[in-house]
Design a protein around this ligand. Structure first.
Ligand code: HEC
Length: 123
C-alpha cells in the first residue's frame, strides 16, 4: 500500500514537471518571432520574416548549403519565392515540407502568410 502511494506520487510529480516544462517554453509553442505572441497584424520583413528564414532555412538555402541554387538570404531572393507562391506552398505542404524535417510551428507559418498577403513588403 505504501509503495503504491509512493509510485502514484512520483508519477504525479513527473507529469506535472513535464507539463510545466512544455507550457513554459514559449519559443516551442509560438516560434521565435513576435515576442512570443502570434500577432501578425503588423508583420515586418526584417523583424518577423527574415529571422524565421534565417533560423529555419538558410542552413541549406545559401551559398555552400545543400540547396544553394535556391538562395533565401536577401529580401530580393525571398521575395522571388513569395511572388511565385513556392514559399507559402512548401512551408505548408506536409508531404513535401520545408524545412524537410517537418513543418514549422503554426505561428511561423502564419507570419509568412501574413507577409505575403500584405504584398511581401520590404519593411
Ligand atoms: C536541410 C536543408 C533544407 C532546409 C533547412 C530547407 N530547405 Fe528548402 N529545399 C531543400 C532542398 C534539398 C530542396 C530541393 C528539393 C525539393 O524541392 O524538395 C528545397 C527546395 C525548396 C523550395 C522549392 C524551390 C523550387 O524552385 O521549387 C522552396 C520554396 C524551399 N525549399 C523553401 C524553404 C524554406 C522557406 C525553408 C525554411 C522554412 C527551407 N526551404 C528549409 C533543402 C532545405
Amino acid at each position: 500500500m505504501k509503495n503504491t502511494l509512493l509510485v502514484l506520487g512520483l508519477m504525479a510529480l513527473l507529469t506535472s514537471l513535464q507539463t510545466g516544462c512544455y507550457y513554459d517554453n514559449e519559443e516551442d509553442l509560438y516560434g521565435s518571432s513576435g515576442g512570443g505572441t502570434c500577432d501578425t497584424t503588423a508583420v515586418s520583413f526584417s523583424a518577423d520574416v527574415q529571422p524565421i528564414i534565417n533560423t529555419n532555412c538558410v542552413s541549406c538555402h545559401a551559398p555552400g548549403g545543400q540547396q544553394e541554387s535556391v538562395p533565401l538570404t536577401t529580401y530580393q531572393e525571398i521575395k522571388t519565392y513569395a511572388d511565385n507562391g513556392k514559399l507559402i506552398e512548401r512551408t505548408n505542404n506536409s508531404s513535401l515540407p520545408m524545412p524537410p524535417t517537418g513543418l514549422m510551428v503554426e505561428c511561423n507559418r502564419d507570419f509568412l502568410k501574413a507577409w505575403v498577403n500584405a504584398g511581401a513588403p520590404n519593411n
